[in-house]
Design a binder for this molecule. Structure first.
Ligand code: CP
Length: 306
């Protein structure tokens, strides 16, 4: 694995290797992540052309725990604001001896463009591009599901909300299908969960209570207003009334179902606070697992896995 750009086409053995490597970085209490010297002497450049809290910070922590030298460019204060192109930015940072670029960009495909233009020894990790892919989020989601549920083949997983604009949904569906999940469902209004998702192997539902019935895993998504035109944009109240996950609706799922969310959450829009903070929520453990999963991704693309 030279670059990590998508979960589409990523072989099952590679996904499993990343998850197994991540588990070696997590100590017995499932929380602490050990510091290891695997990327000592390597330079990791974090380039976030789009806002981020979780992905940017956990990549920063992950690279630091791997003993890399970590540089997180402040894009808003960079020469991107003066009109410097993405590829010129990459060329200049490459001249500073970058070994790995972690790239988030609002345009689908931007990390691929970067990967085509870096030297052969340089690696690119996609930290989310447009509505296309968010592979490390999907991998940490798979890690979380495996942690709580073990065997994918017996699981029914529902991905709920604004699936249309979600790079997380697409990357999750690819990873879940590759890992042999029993059933993958896509749940949302017709405008945001179109029937096209059946082509990816998902069952499509337009009724929340039907869609989450007897599910083992529910992955909630926020409305990605920044990627919507006015016609698609539902009001928050109307959306919550029809598709908000409340404790009452959660009872339709299996009693031991886990509730996930990639974040950021919008309480009272796609999910009720009582569910976010409730006993079935694993939203914060997802964030914690993200550190070990990103350590695994970085060390594997660099050819220095544990
Ligand atoms: N899940 C996720 O990508 O969150 P951030 O946008 O905060 O990185």
């Amino acid at each position: 694995l030279i670059h990590l750009l998508s979960t589409e086409g990523l072989p099952r053995e590679v996904i499993t290797h990343i998850l197994d490597t991540a588990s070696q970085f997590v100590s017995v209490n499932d929380r602490e992540v050990k510091k290891v010297p695997l990327l000592r002497g390597k330079s990791v450049f974090n380039l976030f052309f789009e806002n981020s809290t979780r992905t940017r910070t956990t990549f920063d922590i992950a690279a630091t725990r791997l003993s890399a030298d970590v540089y997180t460019l402040d894009i808003a204060r960079s020469s991107t604001a003066k009109g410097e192109s993405l590829l010129d930015t990459i060329a200049n940072l490459s001249a500073m001896a970058a070994d790995i670029f972690v790239v988030r960009h609002g345009e689908s495909g931007a990390p691929y463009l970067v990967a085509q233009h870096v030297a052969p020894h340089v690696h690119v990790v996609n930290a989310g591009d447009g509505r296309h892919a968010h592979p490390t989020q999907a991998l940490l989601d798979m890690y979380t599901i495996r942690h709580y549920k073990k065997d994918f083949s017996s699981l029914t997983v529902a991905i709920v909300g604004d699936v249309l604009h979600s790079r997380v949904a697409r990357s999750d569906i690819h990873a879940l299908k590759t890992l042999g999940a029993g059933e993958v469902r896509v749940v949302g209004p017709r405008t945001l969960a179109p029937a096209d998702f059946a082509a990816m192997g998902a069952r499509v539902f337009h009724d929340l209570e039907e869609g989450i019935r007897d599910c083992d895993v529910i992955i909630m998504l926020r409305l990605q207003n920044e990627r919507m035109s006015g016609a698609l944009l539902p009001s928050s109240q109307e959306y919550f009334r029809r598709f908000g996950l409340t404790p009452e609706r959660l009872r339709r799922a299996r009693p031991d179902a886990i509730v996930m969310h990639p974040g950021p959450i919008n309480r009272g829009v796609e999910i009720d606070s009582a569910v976010v903070d409730g006993g079935q929520s694993v939203i914060l453990p997802q964030v914690t697992f993200g550190i070990a999963v990103r350590m695994a991704a970085l060390s594997i693309v660099a050819g220095n896995a544990a």
